[in-house]
Design a protein around this ligand. Sequence first.
Ligand code: PLP
Length: 500
Amino acid sequence: MENRERENHRDQKSSESLGDTPPEEFRRQLHELADWIADFRENIESLRVAPDPAVAGLGAVRARLPAQPPEDREPFEKILSDVDRLIIPGMVHWSHPMFLGYFGWTTTSPGILGEIITAPLNVNAMTWRTCPAATELETVVIDWLRQWLGLPDEFGGVVYDTASVGIMHALAVAREQAAPSTRKLGLIRQPPDNLPRFRIYTSDQAHSAAEKAAITLGIGEKNVVRVSSDDEFRMDVNLLGKAIARDRQEGFQPIAVVATVGTTSTASVDPIPQIAKICRAEKMWLHIDGAYGGGFAMLPGYEWVRKGWEMADSIVINPHKTLFVPLDFSVLYVRDLERLRRVFTLVPEVLQGDTIEGEKNYMDYGIQLGRRFRALKAWVIWRSLGRQGIVARLREQMRLASLLANWIKSDNRFELAAPVSMGVVCFRFVGNDESSRRSEAKADPNAQLVERINASGRAYLTQTKLRGRTVMRIGFGNVLTTEEHLRKAWELIRETAGEP
Ligand code: PLP
């Protein structure tokens, strides 16, 4: 009897905690969180940019977390204080103004607000019916961006998480164009319908997303041909033509070229108009990877960035890299989007009733069924900045890049390793004297320098390899990074390299 009473008491207690947090408690937690977010943003400079390797090395965060999942409920206050205690010190703070790695993508206050508004809505934007506003807003922001970029209106788009996913979908359409009914029959066919091996071409500077797509689509990583780039890291069009001709002779079927506007290492821009001509002549798909650089087409005076885009079949742009939208938000534009729909539409029985309207069902445009309401955060940030605010911030990134380039040029211990393009600067420490400059035998100090700077927690850079040599790389993009921060970073680099 006593036991039963105890059980009843426990059930009664647990039923109190069924459902959601009581509204008043939730309101209090939200206010607490609002203060936490505002404090984090305001005090971010007091944090190390990257964890201290001495106290937060490999496995250190995991070691401080319980291995067993929680059995009983824990209060939000405790969870939030554990974020401060356990998570924040183990992070690389991409929103820190001294974070100058990769493409320096940014956190913004309106972007945070956009994410916060999205959270309670928590819809699944798979069909128009499952959330008309999410679908229609997605169509609207995709078209705003199309207009800003100056893309012809025959391009329609779809939002994915990343550019890698976008390129995979673009190349799936290219594959279907090269061999209709691959969607239905696959690539392995019985004679006499055997297919030749497909080939895709991209430059030696392009992102590995092309290979990932080829792996996923059964085209094969080895069938992505890396065409050498010229002195300015742009695809060599003559070599592209030769590679296609050679492959045709050997029985391959060239199906697509992936050209890049803003390569990952140096932000170089491939000669799109010439590449487009080859694609037209060879009846090949032209995909433009504008994941980073595409956004710069918005700048008045930078129309050259979008030269030849009107001849492309598909273009990917990552507003989460360049256009201030919080990660993740990538747009794939396809000329005649219907071709993409035909490759991927497949309506399961349970959704037949949800797809009767003529409005777009974005689940038809890719392998993903469930879809986040990503358009909302783009809408919030783009309205908060406006075109002028975006353009002004992109110009500031370019100003900082050219300022840094001038500092590098005026210190003979350093040299630029590539032309400065958009918001990216690649440079090398070459030492004090000619002998160390020429010494091939000497270990390259550039990788070590980046490691030491990042370990200091005072700034964060990236290293990359250009023509086999390690170089340091700074990418701008963070709205909090000012000239003063850059000056401090440059002093730190010089100090770490050893003052002359
Ligand atoms: N393309 C380029 C030029 C990139 O630099 C990157 C990533 O840096 C990608 C594609 C892949 O982007 P995502 O992480 O959105 O897949």
